[in-house]
Design a protein around this ligand. Structure first.
Ligand code: GLY
Length: 312
C-alpha cells in the first residue's frame, strides 16, 4: 500500500531568545523542505531523516554539529542517533569530537558495524577508518556558544539550575514516514553547556532521544537529557500510542509525566504509522516544521501554527 509521506523536524525545545526566533524558524522550514523533497521523489524515510538532520547540524543557530554548545573544558562533545523502524536497526555515537555531521556517522555505525553505539576515542578512531571527514573544533564553535560558556564559567552555576531556567540551547531531530510506510528517526546534539567532560545525554540513547518502529511510530525528543532518560521519553510516547492515544495526546501525556515525575521540561516530534503527526513541548518555545501533501506547517510558540504551500 502506498503511503502519504510526511516529515517533521525540530530545532530544540528551550527558551529561544527573540533574536534567534526568526533564524530558528527558517532553519527548521528549510530542513523539512529538504527532507520532504527526498520523500516526494520516492526516497526512503532513512535518507530524508539523515539529510534533514544534517542540514540542521550545518546550521550554526542550532545546538548540534556547527553551533554545538561547550562542555566544562570549553570543548565540543557530540551525541547522535538514527533508527530504522523497518527492522529496529539503530546506530548511535556519543562523546565524539571533530565531526561535523554526527548523524551521518551514526548511520555508518548502524550499517557498517555489528554494534548499536560507539563512544569517545574508539568512535573517533572508527570514523577515521571510514574516512569520515574530520573538522577542527574551532570550525564547530560559534560566538554564541563561546559567550554562553563564558557566562556559565563566570557564575559557576550548576548545570541543573541553569537548565531549569530553560536558557540552554538544545538538540535537533527529524522523524519521517515514506511512501512504503517505513518510519525513521534521527536526533543530534552538542548536549548542554558546561556539562561534565564525558557526560552523555538522552539523545543517543535508544528509547530516550529517539525511537522508530514501523508497527507504531517514530519519535525524536529534546530537552533536559537526565529527565528524558529517566522516563525513556521517546518510547513512552509510543507506549501511549500503543494504548490507543493519538500522537498529540500521547506526546502531551508523556511530557506531563516527565514534568510531574522528575520535574523535567522538553519537547518532541512524533509521526504515527498512518502518517498522523504532532510537535509538542513543555518549554517556552520549540522551533518545528512538518511537510506533507505539498504543505509546510511550522511553529515556535505554544499553540502557534503557520502554513505555506510547498513549491511542486
Ligand atoms: N537533550 C540533550 C541533552 O540533554 O543532551
Amino acid at each position: 500500500m502506498v503511503r502519504k509521506p510526511v516529515i517533521v523536524v525540530h530545532g530544540g525545545a528551550w527558551a529561544i531568545p527573540d533574536d534567534l526566533a526568526e533564524s530558528s524558524k527558517i532553519g527548521v522550514k528549510n530542513a523539512a523542505k529538504c527532507g520532504f523533497s527526498i520523500l516526494a521523489s520516492g526516497g526512503s524515510s532513512m535518507q530524508a531523516v539523515e539529510s534533514a538532520v544534517r542540514m540542521l547540524e550545518d546550521n550554526p543557530v542550532f545546538d548540534a554539529g556547527h553551533g554545538a554548545v561547550l562542555n566544562a573544558n570549553g570543548d565540543v562533545e557530540l551525541d547522535a542517533i538514527i533508527m530504522d523502524g523497518k527492522n529496529l536497526a539503530v546506530g548511535a555515537v556519543s562523546c565524539i569530537k571533530n565531526i561535523a555531521n554526527p548523524v551521518m556517522f551514526a548511520r555508518t555505525v548502524m550499517e557498517k558495524t555489528p554494534h548499536s553505539m560507539l563512544t569517545g576515542a574508539g568512535a573517533n578512531t572508527f570514523a577515521e577508518r571510514m574516512n569520515i571527514d574530520k573538522v577542527p573544533t574551532d570550525e564547530l564553535v560559534t560566538e554564541n556558544a563561546t559567550k554562553e560558556w563564558e557566562k556559565y564559567q563566570l557564575y559557576k552555576q550548576s548545570v541543573t539550575s541553569l537548565f531549569n531556567t530553560e536558557k540552554m540551547h538544545d538538540t535537533v531531530g527529524a522523524v519521517a514516514i515514506d511512501s512504503e510506510g517505513n518510519l525513521s528517526c534521527g536526533t543530534s546534539t552538542g548536549g548542554i553547556t558546561n556539562k561534565m567532560v564525558g557526560r552523555v545525554g538522552d539523545s543517543p540513547i535508544v528509547g530516550s532521544g529517539a525511537y522508530a518502529d514501523n508497527f507504531c511510530g517514530a519519535v525524536s525528543t529534546t530537552g533536559h537529557g537526565e529527565s528524558i532518560m529517566k522516563v525513556t521519553l521517546a518510547r513512552l510516547v509510543l507506549f501511549n500510542m500503543q494504548r490507543g492515544e493519538t500522537p498529540q495526546n500521547a506526546a502531551d501525556h508523556a511530557l506531563e509525566y516527565m514534568k510531574n515525575r522528575v520535574h523535567g521540561s522538553g519537547g518532541l516530534i512524533v509521526v504515527s504509522k498512518s502518517g498522523e503527526w504532532a510537535a509538542r513541548f513543555s518549554t517556552k518555545r520549540m522551533a518545528w516544521a512538518s511537510a506533507e501533501n505539498n504543505l509546510l506547517t511550522y511553529g515556535l510558540n505554544p499553540g502557534e501554527t503557520f502554513q505555506e504551500t510547498l513549491d511542486p
